[in-house]
Design a protein around this ligand. Sequence first.
Ligand code: ADP
Length: 295
Amino acid sequence: MRTPDYKIQSPAVAERFAAIKRRPVVLEIDRLGREFAGATGPVTALRELSFAVHRREFVCVIGPSGCGKSTLIRMLAGLDTPTSGRLLLDGKPVTAPGPDRGIVFQGYTLFPWLSVLRNVMFGLEMQGRTGTAAEADARQWLDLVGLAKFADAYPHQLSGGMKQRVAIARALAPNPRVLLMDEPFGALDAQTRAQMQAHLLEIWRNVDVTILFITHDLDEAVLLADRILVLKANPGELQEVIEVSVPRPRCIEQLTTPEFQATRRRLDELIHPKLHTPSERLPIVRLTQAGDDVE
Ligand code: ADP
């Protein structure tokens, strides 16, 4: 793996990374592999994937379609089994879904027949926690995501962004060690998405949770992550690990800073490599009849 030259690390940023690395490893992925039986032979969705995530670290996973992002998150969630390698949470193998992992998917997964409050209480009830203590807990989480006033509303009465905030509260209520997020803002419009990114950063600052966040949005990855794992497809492999040197706390105004732009450029080079050979370019057929060459 080559040493990236976009790293512009101030002493404060270097110290932040050193501090994160001193924390215990929560999630360890060790030579993880997953093969599927495809129509024309085996498909390697992931090969020899290894990395460790430290406590309260925010890691984004990015890569082209088909690089194994969803397969990775499904295995972390305990919904799928690796064909090789190991997956450890606090040193113990992940074999099934459990309350130590909260999950937020792109699609809205709230129960439509339950109120916002009951949706958040659901995970607590699954743990055998009921009654006023569970309700007080759920209300606290709704408060944290800024939806205390909507406790009695039903999902259909909420906007997309609000639904995802409830989904985050529901995922966090059982106090998971890791929050797994699979393109959670992918279905939202650009403005709501930006608001949700800010909300998530604010929530994460106040909660002792480690986040693994899958996205295909380069700006989103740089804005949110401590480190970005860049995967490549066919087979799905780790291409590069990027330490994001943009200082925290992060805000949308940082998008134009040199650190942000340098990291963004590096990601762009990795994800969208330049098309070199003429056969890789699209054939150009001019259909315009405007009569000039102004583009
Ligand atoms: P991503 O989320 O990055 O788009 P996926 O994890 O969905 O990638 O898929 C990685 C590769 O594994 C793709 O080539 C996909 O076609 C293949 N794949 C994923 N799930 C299955 C499955 N259940 N059966 C066969 N092939 C699969």
